[in-house]
Design a protein around this ligand. Structure first.
Ligand code: HPA
Length: 267
């Protein structure tokens, strides 16, 4: 999808989108095994990925693929239950399609959650507030974007007041390395990522983070440490363990989300 087609499709989707009963200002993308966190918040509307023209469909276990608008307190928040990934064969622009659409519909801040392997000394099940990332996916959603805005700075991409606040509430902080996948890393790759400064590793999020900054959105990243990264623990990472551990960490993620949503709503 070239840039012009992307923009036309987004405009098209916007016009063909089901009527919104509430207009969300915050988007939360829920990663593998994390979508149960929404169940205590009142649901206002559900929109399937397939109801939105041009929207990519999700096909990974643990990623059902729809949006739910829910009230967190009185705040309307749109949750993406699932996302699409580069490793499924989607292009960077397909990966950021939903986020771009919601930004055009009035979203001002995005929380990107994900399951990740722990490189740093985190307990499995921890929720890590991200301070930065390393894009190790070798691509960007802005490749081919003709606007001078494509040279978007990534300094301070993850909103400092947000991760500092979470850190004061007891959440550990860290740096996310985004890899392509779908294979898990080799132990040598984890050693290299560790030298580079990464403390968690996963196969999503960095494309969305780059696009969020291009669109001027406030950004928070949260990783659930579902396993010790390859070569560091006793077990090799496995997808069903990742999903189960993410499910078990739902309460911690829910607490973090509630804090961030209320913090952002104050300003
Ligand atoms: N590596 C990459 N992605 C992951 C991991 C991992 O160890 N755990 C969960 N997602």
């Amino acid at each position: 999808m070239d840039w012009r087609t992307f923009e036309t499709n987004i405009q098209n989707s916007r016009e063909m989108m089901p009527q919104l009963r509430e207009k969300p200002t915050i988007l939360v993308v829920l990663g593998s095994g994390l979508f149960e966190v929404v169940k205590d918040w009142e649901e206002v509307q559900r929109i399937g990925f397939e109801e939105i023209p041009h929207h990519p469909r999700s096909g990974v276990m643990g990623h059902p693929g729809w949006y739910e608008i829910r009230l967190v307190g009185k705040i309307p928040v749109v949750f993406s239950l699932g996302r699409v990934h580069l490793y499924e064969g989607y292009t960077p622009r397909e990966v950021v399609y939903g986020l771009t659409l919601w930004a055009k519909l009035g979203v001002k801040g995005v929380v990107l959650t994900n399951a990740a392997g722990g490189i740093g000394e985190y307990e499995v099940g921890s929720v890590v507030a991200l301070t930065d990332h390393i894009n190790h996916q070798g691509t960007s959603p802005l490749v081919g974007c003709p606007s001078p805005q494509r040279f978007v700075p990534m300094v301070g991409a993850y909103d400092k007041s947000t991760w500092e606040y979470l850190s004061r509430q007891g959440f550990p902080t860290g740096v996310y390395a985004g890899v392509l996948g779908p294979q898990y890393e080799s132990p040598a790759e984890i050693k290299a990522l560790s030298f580079m400064g990464a403390t968690v590793v996963g196969m999503s999020m960095v494309q969305e983070a780059i696009m969020a900054r291009y669109l001027g959105l406030r950004l928070c990243g949260l990783s659930v440490v579902t396993n010790r990264a390859a070569g560091l623990g006793e077990h090799t990472p496995e997808h069903h363990h990742v999903l189960q551990t993410a499910k078990n960490a739902a309460k911690r993620i829910r607490d973090a989300l509630e804090m961030v949503i209320h913090l952002w709503e104050e300003k």
